[in-house]
Ligand binder design. Structure first.
Ligand SMILES: [Zn+2]
Length: 203
């Protein structure tokens, strides 16, 4: 329908969640009418983000440099680790400003059907942290979905085994249900997330 470069960019925008053809077209025509300086800044911001953001060597959250902002903050309580599936979950929990501990980002949830085995996630690194750091509590904050629940059960068993092998193991807790069933953490509003975290129980 349009010139090739216009169509190409419409295709790219349509890859974003929630962006249909009409919206994509609107974005492209907006950029067409914008100053070249503004368009360049927009394109460069995307590239810089990809070039400069990597993963935290401690918790696997997104990081600019060796450690993420949470791990690099000496005010955070290193004795509590909140285990989540993705960096977006970290962002959701940080927005509530209720959690003062550290995180561990798994990189997804166990899913045998999709071939997501324990080796594909950062589980070994979590076990290492629990072994070597002074951890009082591990909060299993994976999504309340079939895969998220199965992942939490798996981790609870793995971490209990670490505790038995060592001396004082950490308390293992699971966030309270109350999030919409089958939903991802990032769909929950701040109040619901805060309640789920406060209502966590030992498992
Ligand atoms: Zn980190």
């Amino acid at each position: 329908v349009h010139e090739r470069p216009v169509e190409d960019l419409i295709d790219e925008f349509q890859r974003l969640p929630g962006v249909g053809r009409k919206t994509a077209e609107r974005y492209v025509f907006l950029l067409l009418s914008a100053d070249e300086t503004d368009v360049r800044r927009f394109a460069e911001a995307m590239l810089h983000m990809k070039e400069r953001i990597g993963f935290c060597s401690r918790c696997h959250n997104i990081a600019e440099g060796e450690l993420c902002r949470v791990c690099a903050n000496p005010q955070r309580d290193a004795g509590v680790i909140c285990v989540v599936e993705t960096p977006r979950d970290v962002a959701s929990l940080e927005r509530t400003q209720q959690f003062r501990g550290l995180y561990h980002v798994l990189g997804g949830a166990l899913s045998p059907i999709d071939g997501i085995t324990p080796e594909r996630l950062t589980i070994a690194s979590l076990v290492d942290r629990v072994r070597s750091e002074d951890v009082r509590e591990v909060i299993l904050c994976t999504n309340q979905t079939v895969d998220g629940d199965a992942t939490a059960s798996y981790l609870a068993r793995e971490l209990a085994a670490v505790a038995e092998a060592g001396t004082d193991g950490p308390t293992i807790t699971r966030i309270a249900s109350g999030l919409p069933v089958g939903s991802d953490l990032d769909f929950a509003d701040d109040a619901t997330l805060t309640r789920a975290l406060a209502g966590r129980r030992s498992i």
